[in-house]
Design a protein. Structure first.
Length: 375
């Protein structure tokens, strides 16, 4: 958990220099908390990282006193310095507070200033607090060694990609519902805002022509479930709900989730294909790495305000399908419900998630070791 006071357990301060670093450090601290519940953390970023989330505190190099006050208040036991320069004034403050630092793909380049000798001396001072460095390139390793960091205190991490800790579900219930569905093509429309409801339902009706017996699991967190059910019935669709019937049956066409209970982990696991709601309206979409980690192929519209880096990563690896217009939605849906089409997208998605998992695991392991947990 992010904290507002000095706790009794160890505190990690994670500072990320980019949105990708911020996503990664959230993943790292979440996994550390799962392993060692006594650990608490605080997350910071520079203004240039354009971090707008409530759990991120902005620390500016130009505001030295604010940074000093921050470090005095939290007195962290470990700093994770992720994708940010070691020549920043904030980093140079760390030595004054004797905080052990783990560098994670930090920007290592030579410190700018007067003479080569001065730069070398300043660099050695800068890395004095570094207890371990996870680095991206051989050049970074060479620079750190020239600054005085021993080879045994560094390891190559490679490109940094945030992983994901997917939500759990009741495996027995999942197996039971899967048996009830009997391999019916299943589509999960997750986080659908009210302004997209008619689009989703009309798309479902049209897509059924090429994907017979299709089931739509419909998640509408901000809509009145009774109104949603009534709307489905105006389209002459057979509706069941999580909060009444509990599960779909063989005749169910649309199954409404219960917005009072978070069960996305169950629905993603059951659905061959997931639509990320909000991508045809306000862009307030959910994290696509979750369905990717759970084996569900991903489709979305053109408007992506949240988690944009994750959507770009998945799209570049052929792990999502973007639908550029509402008119194309049903056509693409019908095609993608074919098992081989879904399987390819899902396989590519799992590959992207796996890329990030190794790096995140390595950061977690090193962090726990530096805090005195484990070997």
């Amino acid at each position: 958990m992010s904290i507002g006071f000095r706790s009794n357990g160890p505190i990690i301060w994670a500072h990320g220099g980019s949105q990708l670093a911020i996503d990664a450090m959230r993943d790292v601290v979440s996994r550390i908390k799962l392993i060692e519940s006594s650990v608490t953390y605080v997350l910071t970023a520079p203004l240039t990282a354009e971090a707008e989330a409530n759990d991120i505190k902005i620390l500016q190099d130009s505001e030295a006193q604010s940074s000093i006050d921050f470090l005095t208040k939290y007195s962290p036991d470990l700093c994770l310095w992720i994708d940010e320069s070691i020549s920043s004034p904030l980093f140079l403050l760390i030595n004054r507070f004797s905080i052990p630092v783990v560098l994670v793909n930090a920007k290592i380049g030579m410190l700018p200033s007067r003479t080569w000798v001065w730069r070398k001396t300043a660099a050695r001072q800068a890395v004095r607090s570094v207890s371990f460095a996870l680095i991206e390139t051989a050049e970074d390793a060479s620079n750190l060694r020239s600054f005085g960091l021993p080879r045994k205190s560094m390891a190559v991490l490679g490109p940094l990609n945030a992983g994901i800790v997917p939500p759990n579900c009741d495996d027995t219930e999942r197996d039971h519902i899967a048996e009830v569905l009997m391999s019916r093509p299943t589509w999960f429309a997750q986080g659908v805002p009210e302004e997209e409801l008619e689009l989703v339902l009309e798309t479902f009706i049209l897509a059924q022509r090429s994907a017979h017996r299709m089931l739509l699991i419909l998640d509408t967190p901000n809509a009145d479930p009774n109104e949603v059910k009534a709307l489905c019935e105006t389209y002459k669709l057979n509706v069941s709900t999580r909060f009444e019937e509990g599960e779909p049956d063989a005749s169910t066409q649309v199954f409404l989730t219960d917005d009072k209970v978070f069960e996305d982990g169950l629905w993603y696991r059951l659905a061959a294909l997931s639509y990320m709601g909000g991508s045809f309206s306000d862009g307030n979409v959910s994290n696509p790495m979750i369905p990717a980690a759970l084996g569900s192929a991903i489709i979305h519209g053109p408007v992506l305000s949240a988690f944009s880096n994750s959507y770009i990563r998945l799209r570049l690896k052929g792990a999502t399908r973007q639908i550029d217009s509402e008119a194309m939605f049903a056509q693409v849906m019908g095609k993608l419900m074919a098992p081989d089409e879904c399987a390819e997208l899902a396989s590519n998605g799992w590959g992207v998630v796996s890329e990030g998992a190794g790096a995140i695991d390595q950061i977690v392991e090193v962090s726990l070791q530096k805090l005195g947990f484990g070997d």
